[in-house]
Design a protein around this ligand. Structure first.
Ligand code: ZN
Length: 138
């Protein structure tokens, strides 16, 4: 029995199909790399070349590559706009302006007995004139 026939790739049709499949995979990887790079605000052509020539390794390089400085600044601006200021009330006509709930509950008022000694930091009663711990006048 001769099995060598099963492994031969001299058939030009098989070689061409194999080349086309390889090319298709390379182009597909190139587009994946291009999308990764575009999301990072970098040139898509570089990502395409990385995916096309280096395959999975190129995609990993695209993934670990840092975002462009422009994109990082844009992201920071969006964060500041999103969280810095609450939206203006009464923007939509026909609806009464809704009160904006505070993001955090109001801080409890500072208890007067929270006074501490400026010298040693010991807790003081409000009416104390001298620190009971170190004797400093308060
Ligand atoms: Zn003290």
């Amino acid at each position: 029995m001769d099995y060598s026939y099963s492994y031969q790739t001299d058939n030009p049709v098989i070689v061409i199909i194999w080349l086309l499949v390889s090319l298709g995979i390379a182009v597909g990887l190139g587009f994946v790399g291009r999308n990764i790079m575009l999301k990072k605000g970098r040139s898509g052509g570089g990502g395409f070349a990385l995916g096309f020539f280096l395959g999975i390794i190129g995609l990993i390089i695209c993934a670990v590559m840092s975002e462009s400085p422009e994109r990082q600044m844009e992201r920071m601006r969006m964060m500041q706009q999103g969280f810095g200021r609450p939206p203006m009330p009464g923007g939509a006509p026909g609806y009464p302006p809704q009160p904006i709930p505070p993001a955090y509950p109001p801080a409890p008022p500072v208890a007067p007995q929270a006074k501490t000694c400026r010298s040693c930091g010991a807790a003081l009663v409000p009416e104390a004139s001298f620190c009971p711990n170190c004797g400093t006048r308060v």
